[in-house]
Write a protein that binds this ligand. Structure first.
Ligand code: MRU
Length: 340
């Protein structure tokens, strides 16, 4: 059983506080949409799919808070704007908010019912996406294979099995022996979350520093690298947690396949290349301090939260509909088929 990062019941959104993991398992209850927005900003909840799901419930909570003192539609637009301004890079946030905004009408009660239903649907749909990505990943996980993953594309970042980790959970359930190296992922250590959740599930996982990944690729007979993503452009370039690009470059050098688990809600067909995607700049303290311990001098810090991996470094995008090439033609074809 994996820990659930998001739970909703009767107007209360309960989030597992990921800033406290793996030391403490603590939950935060949100009963107003501002608290939901702050939870996303402060990375109490994190990971592209989880951010989208949380924002969807934030809209529900915003609607429940409505006290009739202004026009409902304008009020809800403000709720959605506040939630959409929390984190800029993962497209799942805007994808979920856009879907939610489409069921809001002048009728407050009807809107609340429709919003609750849709948020629940987005949550359930994510579970099914996780499962299906896992099934498409499973054939890559042969007995005695070895993988590297980066950041946390796991159950904590989604509603269920994760994206890049889903195949690991399914393979483990089938008693397939394999090994995962998990980059620690400076500066926020999301890789420690991956090591935590995989080890809780009994999967053979080894934590490495980000700078050890190339050495593992050189020496450990790695079968493939599998990472998640925060946005995929129409041309197949991928935005994911900082550190993904050097991992992809090193994988290419050592001829190791590099896969990106990419749910369709994470594609942004409106941007033809990643140059148009806002990359979140996070604060210097994340780099100068490890938790509360100062580890760097007071010098300038450059701390982009994500990097861009060009499609030429990507072996395949593992979507819930199958593995496709990271190229515009394949992506456009997939979305045409899904629409039909
Ligand atoms: O800054 P974070 O922790 O929200 O970034 C998360 C990542 O980059 C994940 O790899 C990505 O969202 C995939 S989650 C299935």
């Amino acid at each position: 059983m994996t820990l659930q990062s998001i739970q909703y019941k009767d107007g209360v959104l309960t989030l597992l506080d990921q800033t406290k993991l793996p030391h403490d398992i603590q939950y935060v209850d949100c009963t107003d949409y501002e608290a939901v927005a702050v939870a996303i900003e402060d990375m109490i909840v994190r990971g592209a799919p989880a951010i989208g799901i949380t924002a969807a419930y934030g809209v529900v909570i915003g609607a429940l808070q409505y006290n009739g003192d202004k026009d409902f539609i304008i009020y809800m637009q403000n709720v959605i704007t506040r939630l959409s301004n929390t984190r800029p890079t993962a497209i799942n946030l805007l994808w979920a908010l856009d879907r939610m905004s489409q069921v809001i009408t002048e009728d407050v009660n009807q809107s609340i019912v429709a919003l609750e239903k849709l948020a629940q649907h987005i949550y359930e749909e994510d579970k099914s996406i996780n499962d299906r990505i896992g099934k498409h990943t499973l054939p890559l996980i042969k007995p005695n294979s070895t993988f590297i993953t980066h950041c946390n594309p796991g159950s904590l970042a989604t509603s269920a099995l994760g994206t890049a980790t889903a195949g690991f959970y399914l393979a483990h359930a089938q008693n397939i022996q394999f090994k995962v190296f998990s980059d620690e992922t400076r500066p926020r250590f999301q890789g420690a979350l991956t090591a935590f959740e995989l080890s809780q599930a009994g999967i053979d996982v080894t934590t490495i520093t980000d700078s050890t990944a190339a050495t593992v690729l050189q020496q450990q007979g790695v079968t493939a690298v599998i990472v998640g993503c925060d946005r995929v452009a129409l041309n197949g370039d991928v935005v994911n947690k900082i550190g993904t690009l050097p991992l992809a470059i090193a994988a290419k050098f050592y001829n190791v396949p590099f896969y990106v688990a990419a749910p369709t809600p994470t594609f942004d067909l409106m941007v033809s290349s990643v140059d148009a995607i806002p990359i979140e700049a996070r604060n210097a303290r994340e780099v100068t301090h490890i938790y509360d311990n100062k580890v760097a001098a007071d010098v300038a810090v450059y701390n982009p939260a994500f990097d861009i991996t060009p499609n030429s470094l990507i072996t395949g995008l593992i979507t819930e509909h199958g593995i496709i090439d990271a190229h515009e033609q394949a992506i456009a074809k997939l979305f045409e088929e899904v629409k039909a």
